[in-house]
Structure formats: C-alpha cells, structure tokens
Design a protein around this ligand. Structure first.
Ligand code: GUN
Ligand code: ZN
Length: 441
C-alpha cells in the first residue's frame, strides 16, 4: 500500500469476465457485501473483503461508503450529444422526426460557443447519471466534436466520438462533399484519436444520408486508420429500411451498404438493428460487429422491439445505448427498466444479471474496451459509480424486503433513476457527487 492510494469501503458488484451465453452470467458475477477497493494513479490495484483488507490497511485512511453499492461506471454505446436540447420531441417517427426536429437543432453546432456550452451540459448529464464512457455522435461540424473532446479531456473521461459525415438527403446547411468530409474527419483523427483516453469513431450518419462516394471516403479512412471505430445506424424503422433499398438497389440489403465498404468489424457499432434479415444477423456475427440496443428510443419513436434472445443465439455483442435525444433519458437504470419491458413484449425475461452486464462489461466489450474498463479487475481504469440503493420511501420499502442482490438490482432497474447516483468516479477521481450538488443548490 502506498501513501497516495485511495481505499474505499462499500458493497461491490461486477462481472469478472465476459460471457457468450446468458446462463454463464451468474458464474462471472461478483458480489462483495463489505469490501475495500484500492485505487492508484487512476487505476484499480485491489479489491478484497473487509476482513482480508483490514490488517493491510492499518492506519491508512479509508473512505467509508458502507450502505452504498459500487458498480462499474455505466457504458452508453450510442448517444447524440447535440440532441440533448431536443429530447422529448412530440409526435413523429424516425424520418419525420429527423426533418422536423433533429436537423434544425444540429444546425446550431456550427457555433463553437454553443457546442462548448452543450458539451459541458452533456458530460454533466452523463456523469450525474453514472455513465463514465460513451460512444457519441456529434454533428456534421468539426467544431462540435472539437468542443466535446476538449471538455472530455479536461475530465479525463474515456470517450469515443466523431463528427457526422453526410452528403445527401439533409438540409443544405448540414451537407458536405465527400472530399470535405474526408479532410475534416482526417484532421480530427490526427488531433484526437488515442489522445489520453479519447478515441475517434468514423460516423456516417446512416445509409440514406450517404452517397456511395461518401462511403468510399469512410472506407479509405478506415484503411488509413484501422484502429478507429465505426459508428452508425442500422435498420431502425421500416420506412427507413425500404428507403435504403430504393437508394441502393445494387446492394443486397441495408447492412450490405456498409459491409460492401468494409465498414463492418470488431470496432463497428450499429445502433438499433430492429428489422434485420437472417443474412444480416449472420454478417454481424461473422464480422464481429456490435449492436447498440436503445430501448427508450425504440419505444419513443415507435421503431420496434430489439430481439435480445436472437443476439445471444447469433453470438453478436450487444451494449445499451440511451440514444438521447430520440431516447428519453440519460439514466442507465431507467434504460434497463425499459429494456426489460421490451423483453416482456417478446416473452423474453431480461434478468438483472444480464441487464447490468450489458450496461457495464458487456457494453465495454461491444466497444472493444473490455481490456481497460467494465469491471473491477486489477489494472482496469478506475471508473465507477456509487449507488445509493434506496433514496425514496418506496425504494426503501421495496429494497428493504428484497431477499438477495439479484432482487435488489432488479428493483433498482425498475424503480431507480438519477437520485440513486450518489457519486461518479472517473480515472480514480470523484467527478460528480450528489450531495455536493444539493449543497450548492
Ligand atoms: N438515424 C439517422 N440519424 C438518426 C438520429 O439522429 N437518431 C436516430 N434515432 N436514428 C437516426
Ligand atoms: Zn441514434
């Protein structure tokens, strides 16, 4: 133990390793009711029961958080930061929603001051909801991600983001040429990719706003920078799927538009995937691509129901996305609660084990980040959230009569929200504390 190590005493829950079948989740789950987590230089250097730690800690200060449950920081695998200010836009499904609400809001991000203000607001929303890592859409303006990366760097957050690439079927003020898109994306990659904890995701919005020439530029960038991520939307809405078939008659289907340009792969994350055909599931598996399941968005836009059971059967990695602003909350507990209901509508039982797995280690794996975040294994980066398991009278009643950790976690994802997020730690530092917030208010 070194003098500068931080020791935290609380209850801890995580998954010690990745799984390929939901039946294996319980075997990887670790629950320590009274334990000590040790942090050094932003990383985890120990986790053991209080009994085993007590002697070693002799005299060392311990942050006593007994009564709190610490879990790995939540991973949001799909979110749009510029859409924060249009969350809850009434009445439309995807394509009309984009035209009526989304594009006008995104047009404001040509202004660097606006982008900086909203970046700060957005990151604060993530942290106050216990989300420590995210895969984030900007807008078409390079300024938008410049602002977001700058703000995330100041917090030392592990964040992946990219500027939107789009060259058709959107208003003139949001459209670029394939060459501009290539040059601006390239400059951002050179400046931000793998800088500290930040990484870059090539972000073609979706097939309908991409010409084949634009997709060729995305492909070229991926060849030039093979360790970048690829982040886009796939098969969200039936009208969208039909439109893609009209726009790309030469392709076999929606996913083939991306696959043809070699945009599938280990670091490729496709949001939604609600209306996939058989061969598309197979292609996602064969290419080791990932899916972002966004329950609140899929319900809010009436897009459809994601088939979690199928994703396990097919061996496709899944993370959870809030998809703000089509999604209706930044909060992962609420998002898991909605994911459960999406399961219910298909007679699929989403257990608390599976839900918290997808929100932590599973999400990290979907982003190819499970070697650095997602659980409390030694050497991982110290990103975690301190949950207050019962903050309301109803939660106290219901958590109080829960018989084990599984029931507690399930009640948390059913009744929980941002009030349950007591503290959020990033790279070994507390970056958000509910009580400090209350005192300031
Ligand atoms: N498809 C293309 N763009 C978007 C977007 O901004 N949000 C959602 N939910 N789907 C999209
Ligand atoms: Zn989205």
């Amino acid at each position: 133990l070194s003098a500068t190590d931080t020791a935290i005493r609380a209850s801890f829950f995580d998954f010690t390793g990745v799984v390929d079948r939901p039946d294996d989740l319980a075997g990887q789950a670790r629950y320590l009711e009274d334990a000590v987590l040790l942090l050094r230089d932003g990383c985890l250097v120990g986790l053991d029961s209080w009994e085993n730690s007590e002697a070693m800690l002799a005299g060392h200060p311990v942050i006593d958080l007994r009564g709190r449950l610490i879990v790995p920081g939540f991973v949001d695998t799909h979110i749009h930061y510029p859409q924060t200010e249009m969350i809850g836009a009434f009445g439309e499904q995807l394509l009309e929603w984009l035209n009526h609400y989304t594009f006008p809001v995104e047009a404001q991000y040509h202004c660097p001051d606006h982008a900086a203000r909203m970046s700060a607001f957005f990151l604060h929303q993530l942290l106050s909801n216990g989300t420590t890592s995210a895969l984030v859409f900007g807008t078409v303006h390079p300024q938008s991600v410049e602002a977001l990366f700058s703000a995330a760097e100041a917090l030392n957050m592990r964040l992946i983001a990219g500027k939107v690439m789009m060259d058709r079927n959107a208003p003139d003020n949001l459209i670029e040429t394939p060459e501009q898109s290539y040059q601006q994306t390239r400059a951002l990659i050179e400046r931000w990719h793998q800088r500290g904890r930040l990484s870059y995701a090539l972000t073609p919005r979706f097939a309908p706003t991409s010409s084949p020439q634009l997709l060729e530029k995305v492909q070229q960038l991926r060849q030039e920078f093979p360790d970048t991520w690829l982040h886009t939307h796939l098969s969200e809405n039936p009208q969208e799927v039909a439109w893609v078939k009209e726009l790309f008659p030469e392709r076999e289907g929606y996913l083939d538009v991306y696959h043809h340009h070699q945009l599938t792969g280990r670091r490729s994350v496709f949001a939604h995937c609600l209306h996939l055909e058989e061969n598309e599931w197979q292609c996602l598996h064969d290419t080791d691509s990932s899916i972002a399941f966004c329950p609140t968005s899929n319900l809010f836009l009436g897009s459809g129901l994601f088939n979690l059971k199928r994703s396990w059967q097919q061996g496709v990695k899944v993370g959870i996305g809030t998809d703000v602003g089509a999604g209706t909350t930044f909060n992962m507990l609420q998002t898991l609660g909605e994911a459960y209901k999406v399961g219910q509508l298909q007679h699929y039982r989403l257990s608390a084990a599976e839900a918290f797995y997808h929100a932590t280690l599973g999400g990290a794996r979907a982003l190819d980040l499970d070697h650095v975040i997602g659980n409390f294994n030694i050497g991982k980066e110290a990103d975690f959230v301190v949950l207050d398991p019962a903050v309301s009278a109803l939660q106290q009643l219901r958590i109080g009569n829960s018989k084990d950790i599984w029931e507690k976690l399930f009640v948390l994802m059913t009744l929980g929200d941002d009030r349950n997020i007591a503290q959020t730690w990033v790279a070994g530092r507390p970056v958000w504390q509910r009580d400090a917030q209350e005192q300031a208010a």
